[in-house]
Every structure is written in C-alpha cells, then in structure tokens.
Design a protein around this ligand. Structure first.
Ligand SMILES: Cc1cc2nc3c(=O)[nH]c(=O)nc-3n(C[C@H](O)[C@H](O)[C@H](O)COP(=O)(O)O)c2cc1C
Length: 399
C-alpha cells in the first residue's frame, strides 16, 4: 500500500521548491496531499499543487461543498508522515505555542504522528532569539527539524536560512519511514558523566551531549543502527534505528560500551568522560562544617583507549574526540597515535562557536595517515553529517 505523506506549505520564497518535493514523493510512489497557508498561495498556485500531487489542495477551512467539513482532522489521521516545507518563522512560532488560526496550523494541532519541519527564512530571522527558542520547544517535543543550510538567500544576503534542498528532505523522510537499514551498526557515546561524591553531590562537566546526539541521528539517517550511550542530558531522540542507553558514571559508561562494542562496525566516542573520580563516595549527604573537605580522586579507565586497543576485528573504525586548549593539532595527533584511532575530531576551545555548550561547532578531522579535513563553523548537526559521511566513505573504500 502506498505511504501517505502530507506536505504543509507556508509562505516563504522557498515554497517554489516544495513543488519539487511533491514530485519526488509522487515519483517514488507516495500518495501526496497538500495543505497550504494563504500566504503560501501568494508564491505557488493551487493549480500547480493539485496537478503535481494529483489531489485536491486543502487551504480554506470554512469553504462549503468540501467532501468533509472537518478536513483538518481527516487529513491528520490520513497522513503517515507530515512535513512542513518551507516552514516560516510564523508557522514555527504558531505551532510552538499551540495556535490554530488557519488550515495548516489547525491540521498540525490535530496531528499525532511523526512530524518534520524544514525551516526557511532570512538569516536575521533565523538568528532571532524568539525563533530559536520556538525551534527548541519543537525539538524537545520530538519534531524533526531539517536544518537549513547556509548560502545565498533570496533577500540577496549570505547566511543561514536556506531551506534544505527538496531531494535531501525527501531522502531524510524516506530513509526514516523505510527504516532503511545499511546493515551497519555503530556505538556512539554522548554527554558528560557524573561522578558521585556523596548522596547528592557529584563532579560533572559542561558537555551538553548535543554533538553525540547529532552523530547518532546522522548515522541513523544513513541507515546505520546505533547504540547511543549517554550521560545525563535533557536531549531526546526518536529515530527507530537509535537505541539509547542512559548511564551516569564513567565506570557505567565503560561497562555499557563494552557490552555492545564487539557487535559494531563503528565506534564514535563523543562523550566527555570524567578523567578522575572520587576514591570513596559515601551514600549519605555529608554535613557542612567549618573544616575543609579533601576529596581524593583516582583516574578513571580510558574508555576510548580500551575499546580501540581491544577491537573485535580489523575492520572496526574507531573515532575519538579531542578538546584541546594549546598545541591543539600536535596533542590530537599524539592521542590518535597512542590510542591507535582511525580518526580524531579536534575541537579547539580557542575557537569561537566551537566546543561544549554551543549549538555550533568547527572541527578538524584528522585520520590515521594524518590527512586533515577542515570542517568550518556550522550547526553541530551539519558537522555531524560531514563526520559521518567521511566515516562511511572510509568503510566503503576499505581504507
Ligand atoms: C517575498 C517574500 C518572501 C518571504 N519569505 C519568507 C521566508 O522565507 N521565511 C519566512 O519565515 N517568512 C517569509 N516571508 C514572510 C512571511 O510570508 C510572513 O511572515 C507570513 O505572515 C507567513 O505566513 P504563513 O506562515 O501563514 O504562511 C516572506 C514574505 C515575502 C513578501
């Protein structure tokens, strides 16, 4: 049976590209229906949409003579997947706050399954704090945001906000729905660990976990089955190919990694694992006194090194992360060699927009032959996609 895709079009200049998106789905044997805002129809005509999709356009909720007067409910139930492309700042804001004042926003509220949104807007609008806050709300609710790219925008400026190309949108959704499985498996670690001092206190770090989650998502989008082993984080994941295991301490993380390491083709250690842990943690809350409190720390086991030096087979690819503040490249290469990695991703804390608590990153990818690929500043999702594509290239070429 054909899969049902509902395409929402809102009023951005990229609306013309949603016509290509309709074509991609139809060509690949999907049944396509479209719901568009009034403003979208300033950019593309109902005639084109109906001709390409082969179905009646839904736009006016209050038009009499329609098959059903509650078309928004029927459409929401009909769809197996819903994608809003382009998603304007306006529809993102309305959906984040539960508004329903036209056919698209009302259908969105009645819809309960997997939702993709492909934002497209001018770079200043994209950078706007309210827009970013709204996107976070949606991401936390499980909406799949298809990150816009950077480049030349319709307003003649250069920056982030270009809608993801329709072919890529189609590919992301099709892979998702088909649970396309490459047969490859990966282990990804993410987030920071927490080392208990007593019943309520711990030693932690500022890792958000975002880079590891983006890597897991990018691998899954390429059909790789992922075990994502994560330290405590508020991030969520919904991809059916991602199996998440939550851990707290460096020792828990090592144990969880060792459980799956022998079964995977790719190991990416993106977690910020504690290097030291308290020698003795107590299971009650230590009372405050006037005396100083000395905590003795002992080194934790190096998870990356342990997994790399005890690989299940020669084909396994092991990738580590290095966060350096001085002599960055030399230190990263030293790490790469001593831990016998296939690749190391170097973050420099000296680079603006790179590192721990940001949503962007800028890295150098160094492989075991010391070949260096410079990945410029962009979203962590885009950086993750580039890293994943380099890893898959290595696997496909048996390098
Ligand atoms: C020529 C033109 C291009 C526009 N492009 C965009 C865009 O790419 N993204 C966006 O968020 N808004 C864009 N807008 C503004 C939206 O059309 C406007 O915010 C509108 O209220 C969105 O309504 P809708 O979300 O209901 O379709 C554009 C407006 C014009 C006139």
């Amino acid at each position: 049976m054909k899969k049902h895709v509902l395409i929402g079009i809102s009023g951005g200049i990229a609306a013309y590209k949603s016509l290509t998106l309709i074509r991609s789905f139809v060509k690949n044997d999907y049944e396509v229906k479209v719901v568009a805002t009034d403003h979208a129809l300033e950019f593309v005509t109902p005639l084109t949409i109906e001709t390409l999709s082969g179905n009646k356009l839904y736009n006016n909720m209050f038009q009499t003579g329609q098959e059903r007067t509650t078309e928004h409910i029927a459409l929401a139930q009909w769809a197996d997947v819903f994608v809003v492309a382009p998603a304007t700042a306006n529809i993102i804001g309305k959906y984040a706050h539960g508004l329903a004042d036209d056919a698209l926003s009302t259908t969105l509220l009645a819809y309960k399954k997997i939702l993709f949104m492909a934002p497209a807007m001018n770079d200043a609008m994209w950078d706007n704090e309210a827009v970013q806050a709204n996107l976070k709300i949606l991401q936390n609710r499980g909406v799949k945001i298809l990150e816009p790219g950077s480049g030349f925008l319709a307003c003649n400026s250069e920056g982030k906000g270009r809608m993801m190309e329709p072919e890529k949108i189609f590919e992301a959704i099709d892979n998702y729905l088909c649970g396309k499985n490459s047969g490859l498996r990966a282990l990804v670690s993410a987030g920071g660990t927490q080392e208990p001092i007593d019943a309520v206190r711990y030693i932690g770090n500022r890792s958000s976990g975002l880079m590891g989650f983006c890597l897991a998502e990018s691998l899954a989008q390429k059909g790789v089955q992922v075990d994502l082993i994560s330290g405590p984080t508020s991030l969520t994941t919904h991809h059916p190919l991602i199996h998440r295991i939550d851990v707290q301490t460096a020792a828990d993380m090592l144990q969880a990694c060792q459980m799956v390491a022998s079964q995977v083709d790719i190991i990416i250690m993106a977690a910020a694992v504690a290097d030291y842990t308290p020698e003795h943690a107590v299971d009650y809350k230590v009372k405050k006194t006037d005396a100083t409190w000395q905590i003795h720390l002992k080194p934790t086991e190096d998870i990356l090194k342990t997994l790399s030096l005890h690989r299940a087979n020669d084909r396994q690819i092991v990738v580590g992360f290095a966060l350096e503040t001085n002599d960055e490249k030399e230190n990263a290469i030293k790490k790469l060699k001593t831990k016998q990695l296939d690749m190391i991703v170097l973050n420099s804390l000296n680079d603006k927009g790179a590192g721990f608590s940001t949503s962007t990153n800028k890295v150098l990818l160094i492989d075991k032959n010391e070949q260096v690929i410079d990945i410029p500043l962009q979203s962590k999702q885009a950086v993750a996609e580039e890293i994943v594509s380099q890893i898959l290239k290595k696997i496909n070429h048996h390098e």
